[in-house]
Design a protein around this ligand. Structure first.
Ligand SMILES: [Zn+2]
Length: 366
Protein backbone atom coordinates (compact mmCIF):
# COMPACT_ATOMS: atom_id res chain seq x y z
CA UNK A 1 0.00 0.00 0.00
CA UNK A 2 1.18 3.50 -0.73
CA UNK A 3 -0.23 7.02 -0.46
CA UNK A 4 -0.45 9.55 -3.30
CA UNK A 5 2.03 11.77 -1.43
CA UNK A 6 4.61 8.99 -1.16
CA UNK A 7 4.13 8.12 -4.83
CA UNK A 8 4.83 11.74 -5.75
CA UNK A 9 7.95 11.78 -3.54
CA UNK A 10 9.31 8.53 -4.96
CA UNK A 11 8.61 9.26 -8.62
CA UNK A 12 9.41 13.00 -8.38
CA UNK A 13 6.22 13.65 -10.35
CA UNK A 14 3.89 16.43 -9.25
CA UNK A 15 0.96 15.63 -6.96
CA UNK A 16 -1.40 16.74 -9.74
CA UNK A 17 0.15 14.27 -12.22
CA UNK A 18 -0.01 11.46 -9.67
CA UNK A 19 -3.66 12.29 -8.95
CA UNK A 20 -4.60 12.15 -12.64
CA UNK A 21 -2.72 8.89 -13.23
CA UNK A 22 -4.20 7.33 -10.11
CA UNK A 23 -7.74 8.31 -11.18
CA UNK A 24 -7.20 6.58 -14.55
CA UNK A 25 -5.93 3.44 -12.85
CA UNK A 26 -8.84 3.43 -10.41
CA UNK A 27 -11.28 3.82 -13.34
CA UNK A 28 -9.53 0.91 -15.04
CA UNK A 29 -10.03 -1.15 -11.90
CA UNK A 30 -6.32 -1.78 -11.40
CA UNK A 31 -5.97 0.34 -8.24
CA UNK A 32 -8.23 0.56 -5.22
CA UNK A 33 -8.36 3.03 -2.35
CA UNK A 34 -8.10 1.61 1.12
CA UNK A 35 -7.22 2.68 4.69
CA UNK A 36 -4.09 1.76 6.55
CA UNK A 37 -5.25 -0.22 9.56
CA UNK A 38 -2.51 0.55 12.07
CA UNK A 39 -3.23 4.28 12.10
CA UNK A 40 -5.35 4.10 15.25
CA UNK A 41 -5.17 7.78 16.15
CA UNK A 42 -6.20 10.73 14.02
CA UNK A 43 -7.43 10.58 10.46
CA UNK A 44 -6.58 7.42 8.57
CA UNK A 45 -4.77 8.35 5.35
CA UNK A 46 -6.22 7.01 2.13
CA UNK A 47 -3.84 4.48 0.71
CA UNK A 48 -3.64 2.97 -2.75
CA UNK A 49 -3.28 -0.69 -3.42
CA UNK A 50 -3.09 -2.81 -6.53
CA UNK A 51 -6.45 -4.46 -7.08
CA UNK A 52 -4.99 -7.91 -7.34
CA UNK A 53 -8.35 -9.55 -7.97
CA UNK A 54 -8.90 -7.42 -11.11
CA UNK A 55 -7.65 -10.32 -13.22
CA UNK A 56 -5.92 -13.67 -13.14
CA UNK A 57 -2.96 -15.24 -14.94
CA UNK A 58 -2.59 -18.85 -16.06
CA UNK A 59 0.84 -20.48 -15.86
CA UNK A 60 1.30 -23.92 -17.42
CA UNK A 61 4.16 -26.39 -17.14
CA UNK A 62 3.85 -28.79 -20.09
CA UNK A 63 6.03 -31.65 -18.94
CA UNK A 64 6.47 -35.19 -20.24
CA UNK A 65 4.07 -37.18 -18.05
CA UNK A 66 1.74 -34.43 -16.88
CA UNK A 67 0.69 -30.82 -17.28
CA UNK A 68 0.58 -28.51 -14.27
CA UNK A 69 -1.85 -25.57 -14.40
CA UNK A 70 -1.62 -22.72 -11.90
CA UNK A 71 -3.93 -19.71 -11.76
CA UNK A 72 -2.55 -16.70 -9.89
CA UNK A 73 -3.92 -13.29 -8.95
CA UNK A 74 -2.22 -10.11 -10.17
CA UNK A 75 0.46 -10.24 -7.47
CA UNK A 76 1.46 -13.76 -8.51
CA UNK A 77 -0.19 -15.51 -5.59
CA UNK A 78 -1.46 -18.93 -6.69
CA UNK A 79 -5.21 -19.27 -6.17
CA UNK A 80 -5.75 -22.61 -7.92
CA UNK A 81 -3.66 -25.47 -9.24
CA UNK A 82 -4.38 -28.66 -11.19
CA UNK A 83 -2.23 -31.48 -12.48
CA UNK A 84 -3.46 -33.44 -15.51
CA UNK A 85 -1.79 -36.71 -16.36
CA UNK A 86 -0.78 -37.27 -19.99
CA UNK A 87 -1.62 -40.65 -21.43
CA UNK A 88 0.30 -40.13 -24.65
CA UNK A 89 2.35 -37.60 -26.61
CA UNK A 90 -0.21 -37.04 -29.38
CA UNK A 91 -0.10 -33.32 -30.12
CA UNK A 92 -3.83 -32.99 -30.87
CA UNK A 93 -4.79 -34.76 -27.65
CA UNK A 94 -2.52 -32.46 -25.62
CA UNK A 95 -3.97 -29.44 -27.45
CA UNK A 96 -7.51 -30.52 -26.51
CA UNK A 97 -6.53 -30.92 -22.83
CA UNK A 98 -5.03 -27.42 -22.83
CA UNK A 99 -8.09 -25.87 -24.51
CA UNK A 100 -10.56 -27.55 -22.19
CA UNK A 101 -8.66 -26.66 -18.97
CA UNK A 102 -8.05 -23.06 -20.02
CA UNK A 103 -11.74 -22.64 -20.96
CA UNK A 104 -12.66 -23.94 -17.50
CA UNK A 105 -10.55 -21.24 -15.79
CA UNK A 106 -11.86 -18.62 -18.21
CA UNK A 107 -15.39 -19.41 -17.06
CA UNK A 108 -14.48 -19.57 -13.34
CA UNK A 109 -12.75 -16.16 -13.33
CA UNK A 110 -15.06 -14.42 -15.81
CA UNK A 111 -16.63 -12.28 -13.03
CA UNK A 112 -13.42 -10.37 -12.37
CA UNK A 113 -12.85 -7.10 -14.26
CA UNK A 114 -10.30 -8.50 -16.73
CA UNK A 115 -10.93 -12.24 -16.34
CA UNK A 116 -7.89 -14.22 -17.52
CA UNK A 117 -5.24 -11.66 -18.47
CA UNK A 118 -2.89 -14.06 -20.21
CA UNK A 119 -1.63 -17.61 -20.57
CA UNK A 120 2.06 -18.57 -20.55
CA UNK A 121 3.18 -22.14 -21.26
CA UNK A 122 6.56 -23.59 -20.29
CA UNK A 123 7.92 -26.08 -22.82
CA UNK A 124 10.55 -28.72 -21.97
CA UNK A 125 12.32 -28.29 -25.25
CA UNK A 126 13.52 -25.64 -27.65
CA UNK A 127 11.30 -22.61 -28.31
CA UNK A 128 12.14 -20.29 -31.19
CA UNK A 129 12.23 -16.51 -30.92
CA UNK A 130 8.88 -16.36 -32.77
CA UNK A 131 7.39 -18.51 -29.95
CA UNK A 132 6.97 -21.62 -32.08
CA UNK A 133 8.25 -24.92 -30.71
CA UNK A 134 11.51 -26.16 -32.26
CA UNK A 135 11.77 -29.61 -30.74
CA UNK A 136 10.42 -31.36 -27.64
CA UNK A 137 12.53 -34.53 -27.31
CA UNK A 138 10.29 -36.41 -24.89
CA UNK A 139 7.12 -35.87 -26.96
CA UNK A 140 9.02 -36.04 -30.29
CA UNK A 141 7.33 -32.83 -31.47
CA UNK A 142 9.05 -30.85 -34.23
CA UNK A 143 8.15 -27.31 -35.37
CA UNK A 144 4.74 -26.95 -33.74
CA UNK A 145 2.83 -23.67 -33.54
CA UNK A 146 1.16 -24.28 -30.18
CA UNK A 147 0.62 -20.56 -29.56
CA UNK A 148 -1.18 -20.16 -32.91
CA UNK A 149 -3.23 -23.33 -32.44
CA UNK A 150 -4.38 -22.23 -28.98
CA UNK A 151 -5.13 -18.63 -29.93
CA UNK A 152 -7.33 -19.94 -32.75
CA UNK A 153 -9.55 -21.63 -30.15
CA UNK A 154 -9.24 -19.19 -27.26
CA UNK A 155 -9.88 -15.48 -27.16
CA UNK A 156 -6.78 -14.99 -24.98
CA UNK A 157 -3.16 -13.89 -25.29
CA UNK A 158 -0.98 -17.02 -25.21
CA UNK A 159 2.81 -17.06 -24.88
CA UNK A 160 5.21 -19.97 -25.23
CA UNK A 161 8.55 -20.03 -23.44
CA UNK A 162 11.25 -22.55 -22.61
CA UNK A 163 10.75 -23.93 -19.08
CA UNK A 164 14.32 -23.19 -17.91
CA UNK A 165 13.88 -19.58 -19.02
CA UNK A 166 10.66 -19.33 -17.00
CA UNK A 167 12.43 -20.80 -13.95
CA UNK A 168 15.21 -18.19 -14.19
CA UNK A 169 12.57 -15.47 -14.60
CA UNK A 170 10.69 -16.78 -11.52
CA UNK A 171 13.86 -16.68 -9.39
CA UNK A 172 14.39 -13.07 -10.37
CA UNK A 173 10.76 -11.98 -9.87
CA UNK A 174 10.01 -13.83 -6.63
CA UNK A 175 13.36 -14.25 -4.92
CA UNK A 176 16.50 -12.53 -6.19
CA UNK A 177 15.08 -9.06 -6.84
CA UNK A 178 18.35 -7.20 -7.10
CA UNK A 179 20.36 -9.73 -9.11
CA UNK A 180 20.77 -8.50 -12.69
CA UNK A 181 22.97 -11.43 -13.81
CA UNK A 182 21.25 -14.59 -12.72
CA UNK A 183 21.36 -18.12 -14.05
CA UNK A 184 19.10 -20.97 -13.02
CA UNK A 185 19.86 -24.63 -13.65
CA UNK A 186 17.07 -27.21 -13.61
CA UNK A 187 18.30 -30.70 -12.88
CA UNK A 188 15.31 -33.02 -13.18
CA UNK A 189 14.83 -35.53 -16.05
CA UNK A 190 17.32 -33.50 -18.11
CA UNK A 191 19.26 -30.32 -17.41
CA UNK A 192 18.16 -26.89 -18.63
CA UNK A 193 19.73 -23.50 -18.12
CA UNK A 194 17.95 -20.14 -18.02
CA UNK A 195 20.17 -17.08 -18.37
CA UNK A 196 19.28 -13.52 -17.34
CA UNK A 197 21.99 -11.02 -18.18
CA UNK A 198 21.53 -7.34 -17.34
CA UNK A 199 18.01 -8.30 -16.24
CA UNK A 200 17.02 -9.70 -19.67
CA UNK A 201 16.60 -13.31 -20.79
CA UNK A 202 19.37 -14.34 -23.16
CA UNK A 203 17.85 -16.19 -26.13
CA UNK A 204 20.54 -16.57 -28.81
CA UNK A 205 20.23 -16.74 -32.60
CA UNK A 206 17.13 -18.96 -32.77
CA UNK A 207 16.15 -18.81 -29.10
CA UNK A 208 17.89 -22.01 -28.03
CA UNK A 209 20.35 -20.63 -25.45
CA UNK A 210 20.77 -22.87 -22.42
CA UNK A 211 20.68 -26.42 -23.84
CA UNK A 212 23.40 -27.05 -21.32
CA UNK A 213 22.39 -30.66 -20.58
CA UNK A 214 24.03 -31.54 -23.89
CA UNK A 215 27.36 -29.94 -23.13
CA UNK A 216 29.86 -32.79 -23.53
CA UNK A 217 31.81 -33.54 -20.37
CA UNK A 218 33.16 -36.95 -21.45
CA UNK A 219 33.71 -37.48 -25.21
CA UNK A 220 34.07 -41.25 -24.69
CA UNK A 221 31.09 -41.39 -22.36
CA UNK A 222 27.57 -42.77 -22.47
CA UNK A 223 25.60 -42.36 -25.74
CA UNK A 224 22.95 -39.61 -25.64
CA UNK A 225 19.72 -39.40 -27.66
CA UNK A 226 20.94 -36.07 -29.07
CA UNK A 227 23.43 -38.04 -31.19
CA UNK A 228 26.56 -37.25 -29.16
CA UNK A 229 28.22 -39.06 -26.28
CA UNK A 230 29.02 -38.04 -22.73
CA UNK A 231 26.46 -35.22 -22.36
CA UNK A 232 26.26 -33.57 -18.91
CA UNK A 233 22.66 -34.62 -18.19
CA UNK A 234 23.64 -38.29 -18.46
CA UNK A 235 25.74 -37.77 -15.29
CA UNK A 236 24.33 -34.85 -13.35
CA UNK A 237 20.52 -34.88 -13.77
CA UNK A 238 18.19 -36.34 -11.16
CA UNK A 239 17.02 -38.76 -13.86
CA UNK A 240 20.54 -40.14 -14.30
CA UNK A 241 21.04 -40.31 -10.51
CA UNK A 242 17.88 -42.37 -9.96
CA UNK A 243 18.68 -44.63 -12.93
CA UNK A 244 22.15 -45.34 -11.57
CA UNK A 245 20.97 -45.86 -7.99
CA UNK A 246 18.11 -48.22 -8.88
CA UNK A 247 20.55 -50.34 -10.88
CA UNK A 248 23.15 -50.43 -8.10
CA UNK A 249 20.63 -51.22 -5.38
CA UNK A 250 18.79 -53.64 -7.67
CA UNK A 251 15.45 -51.89 -7.12
CA UNK A 252 12.69 -51.41 -9.69
CA UNK A 253 11.86 -47.88 -8.53
CA UNK A 254 13.10 -45.35 -6.00
CA UNK A 255 11.68 -41.96 -5.05
CA UNK A 256 12.78 -38.91 -3.02
CA UNK A 257 11.49 -40.43 0.20
CA UNK A 258 13.57 -43.60 -0.31
CA UNK A 259 16.66 -41.52 -1.00
CA UNK A 260 15.98 -39.37 2.07
CA UNK A 261 15.81 -42.49 4.26
CA UNK A 262 18.96 -43.94 2.69
CA UNK A 263 20.83 -40.67 3.35
CA UNK A 264 19.60 -40.70 6.95
CA UNK A 265 20.89 -44.26 7.35
CA UNK A 266 24.18 -43.19 5.69
CA UNK A 267 23.82 -46.03 3.19
CA UNK A 268 27.29 -46.38 1.55
CA UNK A 269 25.89 -46.88 -1.98
CA UNK A 270 23.70 -43.78 -1.89
CA UNK A 271 26.47 -41.70 -0.26
CA UNK A 272 28.87 -42.79 -3.02
CA UNK A 273 26.31 -41.95 -5.72
CA UNK A 274 25.65 -38.52 -4.23
CA UNK A 275 29.38 -37.80 -4.16
CA UNK A 276 29.61 -38.80 -7.84
CA UNK A 277 26.50 -36.71 -8.64
CA UNK A 278 28.01 -33.64 -6.98
CA UNK A 279 31.38 -34.24 -8.68
CA UNK A 280 29.71 -34.17 -12.11
CA UNK A 281 27.55 -31.16 -11.22
CA UNK A 282 30.68 -29.22 -10.30
CA UNK A 283 32.52 -30.12 -13.54
CA UNK A 284 30.07 -28.18 -15.68
CA UNK A 285 29.20 -25.53 -13.11
CA UNK A 286 32.83 -24.53 -13.34
CA UNK A 287 32.47 -24.26 -17.14
CA UNK A 288 29.22 -22.29 -16.94
CA UNK A 289 30.63 -19.88 -14.35
CA UNK A 290 33.70 -19.28 -16.51
CA UNK A 291 31.51 -18.70 -19.55
CA UNK A 292 28.96 -16.35 -17.97
CA UNK A 293 30.42 -14.88 -14.75
CA UNK A 294 27.00 -14.90 -13.02
CA UNK A 295 26.12 -12.89 -9.95
CA UNK A 296 23.60 -15.46 -8.75
CA UNK A 297 23.51 -19.14 -9.61
CA UNK A 298 20.33 -20.98 -8.62
CA UNK A 299 20.33 -24.78 -8.60
CA UNK A 300 16.85 -26.22 -8.93
CA UNK A 301 16.90 -29.81 -7.66
CA UNK A 302 14.72 -31.52 -5.08
CA UNK A 303 17.42 -34.16 -4.70
CA UNK A 304 20.11 -31.69 -3.64
CA UNK A 305 17.71 -30.32 -1.01
CA UNK A 306 17.59 -33.79 0.58
CA UNK A 307 21.31 -33.72 1.17
CA UNK A 308 22.05 -31.08 3.82
CA UNK A 309 25.71 -30.70 2.89
CA UNK A 310 25.11 -30.40 -0.88
CA UNK A 311 25.44 -26.63 -1.09
CA UNK A 312 28.66 -26.44 0.97
CA UNK A 313 30.19 -29.45 -0.84
CA UNK A 314 29.52 -27.85 -4.23
CA UNK A 315 31.03 -24.53 -3.13
CA UNK A 316 34.10 -26.28 -1.70
CA UNK A 317 34.73 -28.10 -4.99
CA UNK A 318 34.58 -24.90 -7.04
CA UNK A 319 38.22 -24.14 -6.40
CA UNK A 320 39.33 -22.41 -9.62
CA UNK A 321 41.06 -19.12 -8.99
CA UNK A 322 39.64 -17.84 -12.27
CA UNK A 323 35.92 -18.63 -12.03
CA UNK A 324 33.94 -16.00 -10.20
CA UNK A 325 30.35 -15.71 -8.96
CA UNK A 326 28.63 -13.98 -6.04
CA UNK A 327 26.24 -16.58 -4.66
CA UNK A 328 24.99 -20.13 -5.21
CA UNK A 329 21.50 -20.92 -3.93
CA UNK A 330 19.21 -23.92 -3.93
CA UNK A 331 15.86 -22.89 -5.44
CA UNK A 332 13.08 -22.28 -2.93
CA UNK A 333 10.49 -22.41 -5.71
CA UNK A 334 11.62 -25.93 -6.72
CA UNK A 335 9.28 -27.75 -9.07
CA UNK A 336 6.83 -24.79 -8.93
CA UNK A 337 9.37 -22.41 -10.49
CA UNK A 338 8.13 -22.98 -14.06
CA UNK A 339 4.42 -22.28 -13.38
CA UNK A 340 5.25 -19.38 -11.07
CA UNK A 341 7.51 -17.85 -13.72
CA UNK A 342 4.77 -18.42 -16.30
CA UNK A 343 2.16 -16.59 -14.16
CA UNK A 344 4.64 -13.76 -13.51
CA UNK A 345 5.40 -13.36 -17.22
CA UNK A 346 1.67 -13.22 -18.04
CA UNK A 347 1.22 -10.51 -15.36
CA UNK A 348 4.22 -8.53 -16.63
CA UNK A 349 2.88 -8.62 -20.20
CA UNK A 350 -0.62 -7.60 -19.07
CA UNK A 351 0.60 -4.67 -16.95
CA UNK A 352 3.09 -3.69 -19.70
CA UNK A 353 5.83 -2.94 -17.19
CA UNK A 354 9.59 -3.33 -17.72
CA UNK A 355 10.29 -4.98 -14.39
CA UNK A 356 8.28 -7.05 -11.94
CA UNK A 357 9.13 -7.83 -8.31
CA UNK A 358 6.79 -10.00 -6.28
CA UNK A 359 7.13 -11.31 -2.75
CA UNK A 360 4.28 -13.72 -2.25
CA UNK A 361 4.64 -17.42 -1.56
CA UNK A 362 8.26 -17.29 -0.43
CA UNK A 363 9.71 -19.47 2.25
CA UNK A 364 12.91 -18.58 4.08
CA UNK A 365 15.98 -18.37 1.93
CA UNK A 366 18.30 -21.37 2.25
ZN1 LIG B 1 23.11 -35.07 -25.57
Amino acid sequence: MISRVDLANITKLTKATISTQVSHLIEEGLLIETHQEYYNVGRKPIMLSLNYHAGYAIGIDLDYRDITFTVSDLIGKPVHSDKVELRNSNYDDVLQILISQINKYKETYSQSRYGIVGVVIGIHGTVKNDETIGFVPQHKWHNMNLKGDLEQHLDLAVSIENNANLCAFAEKVFSCHTSENLISINMYSGIGLGVLMNGELVKGYLGYTGEIGHMIINPDGKPCNCGNSGCWELYASEGSFFKQLTEKLDQSKLDYRDVKNLIKAKDPVVMHEIDAFIKYIVVDLNNIINLLNPETLVLNSELLKLFPEAESKIKLKLTSSISSYKEILLSELGTNACVMGACALAIKKFLEIPELRLTCGLKNRI
